[in-house]
Structure formats: structure tokens, C-alpha cells
Design a binder for this molecule. Structure first.
Ligand SMILES: [Zn+2]
Ligand SMILES: [Zn+2]
Length: 245
């Protein structure tokens, strides 16, 4: 299995990096973890036909994580029609929010009932294992938003396990879920502790010995992190990076 980093920047595109998008390539599955606005172009740049995509799995409904979906819709409606439905899985509220966003960007008169390409929506229920287009998904709540649900996501396919933090403040829940995973893709927006619900490098450093994952890669990198880039001992994601799992 391979994970292609399509976008490892934060919401501000810090350092000129794309917004969140991680493409998981397995023998007979291709799926995205998050779909920021820059994801379709980054997927094409990486040489993938967007029709091959089986599923988009969303951690939460912030624009830098799901704002790229309408571009996939118009691709499938007007450029390259799909042969089978795309599965979109995300926290409660995903379907209306995606429909609303698409209607705002391309729908007739902003009508949320505007035609979509064939899509199967799946609500990810925290603390439950679910099958999403043949991929084993376990989502759990993380502290990032006050009212809406933000999820950390663990995916398993053909005995390989990836843990993705989504956006979140540091939480010891990651220790439990990182146990034995092949890759922990952890957001790290800041170097020093800052207000806002995001992980900072200092918190990760303090907990590093407790994390028993096989690989740790930091992503969702903000300006503060990038300014310290050359002095860090942990692996930072780069757009275009391919991680063997
Ligand atoms: Zn974000
Ligand atoms: Zn967010």
C-alpha cells in the first residue's frame, strides 16, 4: 500500500503547500483521506485518473478538508463520467453540507437538490467499525470543533493500518489508536503551544516515547512549523511525497 501526500498544508496554504488530501493506493482500492480544494489538481499531477477513486473519507467539514469535492463532481459530470458511484464518508452532516457547497459553487440557482454524479453517502459513527467501499474504517471523536463533530480516522486494508489525526488538539486517545499501526499521519500545525485546537510539536515531543506506531509523519504544517523545519527530528510531509506502508 502507498500513501501519496497530495496536500500537507494548513488552511492558509502555508509555504505554498496544498490543502489536506491524502491518497491511499492499494492493489484494488484507491481512496482519499480528506479532500481540500487543491486535491483534484494534485491527484492529476500525481498521474491518477480521478475515475479510479473508490471513496473519499472526511475527517471533518472545514473547507480545507472537504472544499475540493465539487471539483470532483464537475469532473464526473462534464469531463470523465464514472462507471460506478463514488462513496463519500464523513461525520454527521456530511451529505447536506456537501450538497450545499456544490449548489453554491455550481448548482442551478444554489439549489441543494442540484444534480450530483452518482454518490453513496455514508455517515461515520464515532467508535464504530464500518465498511466504506470495502475499506475497514474506525472513526473516533477528536477535540477540534466546539459544535460540529471532528474525527480521527483509522483505516485498515489488507492487513495494513493507517491512523490519521484529522485536525485536533493533542489528545491521549492517539496513544491508544497508534498502537501497532503502520503509519500515524498526525497533524502538527504549530511548533510551540498556541491557542486553537491543533497539535503542536512540543506536545508531540513530550509524548513521542508513548507512541508505538511504526512510522510517524507530521502534516497540516503551518508557518510556525515550517520556520523550524530544519531543526526537527521527526519526518515532515511534503506535497508529492509517497510513503510505502
Ligand atoms: Zn485544517
Ligand atoms: Zn479543521
Amino acid at each position: 500500500m502507498k500513501l501519496h501526500i497530495l496536500g500537507c498544508g494548513d488552511a492558509f496554504g502555508s509555504g505554498g503547500r496544498n490543502q489536506s488530501g491524502y491518497l491511499v493506493e492499494a492493489t484494488d482500492r484507491l481512496f482519499l483521506l480528506d479532500c481540500g480544494p487543491t486535491t483534484l489538481l494534485a491527484m492529476k499531477r500525481a498521474g491518477f485518473d480521478p475515475r479510479r477513486l473508490d471513496a473519499i473519507i472526511l475527517s471533518h467539514l472545514h473547507g480545507d478538508h472537504f472544499g475540493g469535492i465539487p471539483f470532483f463532481f464537475i469532473e464526473y459530470l462534464y469531463q470523465r463520467p464514472r462507471d460506478y458511484p463514488l462513496t463519500i464518508a464523513g461525520p454527521p452532516g456530511t451529505e447536506p453540507r456537501v450538497r450545499q457547497l456544490y449548489a453554491t459553487m455550481y448548482g442551478a440557482g444554489g439549489n441543494p437538490a442540484a444534480e450530483l454524479p452518482p454518490v453513496d453517502f455514508v455517515v461515520l459513527t464515532p467508535e464504530q467499525r464500518q465498511n466504506v467501499a470495502g475499506v475497514d474504517v474506525f472513526a473516533f471523536r477528536v477535540p477540534h470543533q466546539t459544535h460540529d463533530v471532528s474525527l480521527g480516522i483509522k483505516v485498515a486494508y489488507q492487513s495494513k493500518h493507517i491512523l490519521f489525526s484529522g485536525d485536533s488538539a493533542w489528545t491521549d486517545v492517539f496513544i491508544e489508536h497508534a498502537e501497532g499501526v503502520d503509519l500515524f499521519l498526525c497533524e502538527c500545525s504549530f511548533f510551540n503551544e498556541q491557542p486553537g485546537m491543533h497539535v503542536n510539536y512540543r506536545a508531540l515531543e513530550a509524548n513521542l516515547a508513548r507512541l508505538r506506531c511504526k512510522q510517524l509523519v507530521l502534516t497540516h504544517l503551518g508557518e510556525d512549523m515550517l520556520a523550524h523545519k530544519h531543526a526537527l527530528s521527526m519526518t515532515l510531509a511534503e506535497d508529492g511525497m509517497i510513503i510505502e506502508i
